[in-house]
Every structure is written in C-alpha cells, then in structure tokens.
Design a protein around this ligand. Structure first.
Ligand SMILES: Nc1nc2c(ncn2[C@@H]2O[C@H](COP(=O)(O)OP(=O)(O)OP(=O)(O)O)[C@@H](O)[C@H]2O)c(=O)[nH]1
Ligand SMILES: [Mg+2]
Length: 232
C-alpha cells in the first residue's frame, strides 16, 4: 500500500477529546521508549510526523494522524514510565485504557515489544490485559537492528511461550526496525487487509434488506469492532 498523504490531526488528552469515529484507527502501544512514534513515522513514510525522543515517557497525549484521507494511525503514550515518583509505574494512562476499551472505530492495535529484551513482566501483564479486554492486536518486536537475529528470535520465542496458553490462536507476530525501515511492507499489508475487510463489511451492511424495521436496520449497520477471528 502506498501512503499518499499523512497528516497530523490532533492531540487528545482523553477519549472524549478524540475526533469522531468515522475513520478506522490503528494504534501503537507498548512500553515507553519501545519505538511507537518511530514506527508510526516509518509506516507513514514521514520523519518527524510523530515526535520521538530518547527520553522515556515522551508521548503524553493520544496523537492522531490521518493517512490517505481514509484511515488513522494513533500514537499512544507508553506504559512503564511514571513521571511522579509515587505513581505505580506498571499502571498505564487511564486515558489509554479507556481509548483501547471503548473506541469503537479502533480496528487493530500494534502491541510493541523490544526484541532485545527477554520477556518483561510489565509487557506480559499488558498483553494479558489486552487479551482479557478482547482488544484485537498483533505483536510487533521492535529495534531488530540493535540485536543479532538469533537473539531477537530467542526473545520472541521466549515471549510467545509465556503467552501461548492465554490464546486459542496466538496473535500474529511481526518484527521491525524503524532505523532500517524493516517491516514496513508487512505492517502496511496488515492495515491494507483490515481496510479491505472493513470495506467488505460496509458493503454487506448497505445490502441490508429493505423490509427490516428502521431499528433492526440501524442495529445491523451500526459500527462495531471487527470480528476477532480474522486471519491475523
Ligand atoms: N536503533 C533503533 N532505535 C530506535 C528504533 N526505533 C526507535 N528507536 C529509538 O528509540 C528511542 C525511542 O523512540 P520513540 O519512537 O520515541 O519511542 P516511543 O515508544 O514513542 O516512546 P514514548 O513516547 O516515550 O513512549 C528514540 O531514541 C528512537 O530513535 C529502531 O528501530 N532502532
Ligand atoms: Mg512516543
């Protein structure tokens, strides 16, 4: 998929300040500093679109970008970093939790994990939370340029072994390096596939038989999250 336009929409402090739910959204989540904003820029093909920093906890708002005028990328604040000393560092932003649980046009989450680290409790805990809340996600192991392929593979295998029992079918796994532009085609492919499925769903909805009562018709075409049994 080509990205012909990538535009910053807004920074929202909470769910209620997010724009209307008219466009499908794909969001990046993961520990502070894992590379969410960098990956967003790499997919958008636009350096500096989302602001990146070596300082953990840099992204503090829900930052929303519109791609090709038809779908959005959403850069979320990370978890695992607390600016206030007394805050529980494993708690992630309340706004992020509401966004992930309630945003009806949220199509898919890219859950980012550092490929250079052995499984971290905080990531395992977060993936468990996504699973319990039925948030559709794929796993993306980041910064592959910083480690040998063997190390990355060992860390990925160890991580998936820890979470395997939580799912009937493991979520899809991808790797990426924003520095080397690795993984771009595959991740844009996931979005492309999701958009195709959404369009097909919309077409089906518009083919709802005319003889239904208006209430039933509305029920059938109401926006809903995509079916979790999709191939990814
Ligand atoms: N070597 C390498 N460095 C990366 C990669 N992706 C991100 N970084 C660096 O990691 C640091 C954090 O990147 P960000 O994209 O800001 O991370 P983030 O997850 O958005 O961080 P927060 O907003 O703080 O949650 C920056 O210094 C990036 O340059 C990568 O693929 N390879
Ligand atoms: Mg960021």
């Amino acid at each position: 998929m080509e990205i012909s336009s990538a535009i910053f929409d807004c920074s929202a402090p909470d769910l209620d300040s997010c724009p209307d739910e008219s466009l499908p959204e794909f969001a990046f989540i993961g520990r502070s500093n894992v590379g969410k904003s960098s990956l967003l820029n790499m997919l958008a093909g636009k350096d500096g679109l989302a602001r990146t920093s070596p300082t953990p906890g840099f992204t503090k708002l829900i930052n929303i970008f519109t791609m090709n005028k038809t779908w959005r990328l959403v850069d979320l604040p990370g978890y695992g970093f607390a600016a206030g000393a007394k805050k529980d560092s494993s708690r992630f932003n309340h706004a992020v939790s509401r966004y992930l649980k309630q945003r009806t046009n949220l199509c898919l989450v890219f859950a980012l994990i550092d490929s250079g680290l052995e499984p971290q409790d905080i990531d395992l805990e977060f993936i468990g939370w996504l699973a319990r809340n039925a948030v559709p996600f794929v796993l993306v192991f980041t910064k592959t340029d910083k480690v040998t392929p063997a190390t990355a593979q060992a860390n990925i295998a160890a991580f998936t072994a820890r979470i395997a029992g939580w799912f009937e079918k493991l979520p899809a796994i991808f790797t990426c390096s924003a520095t080397m532009e690795q993984g771009r085609r595959e991740l844009l492919g996931v979005i492309d596939e999701a958009m195709t499925a959404i369009r097909a769903e919309a077409n089906q909805a518009s083919a709802v038989p005319e003889d239904l009562t208006p209430g039933r018709k509305a029920q059938q075409i109401r926006k809903k999250r995509p079916d979790l049994s999709r191939p990814w």
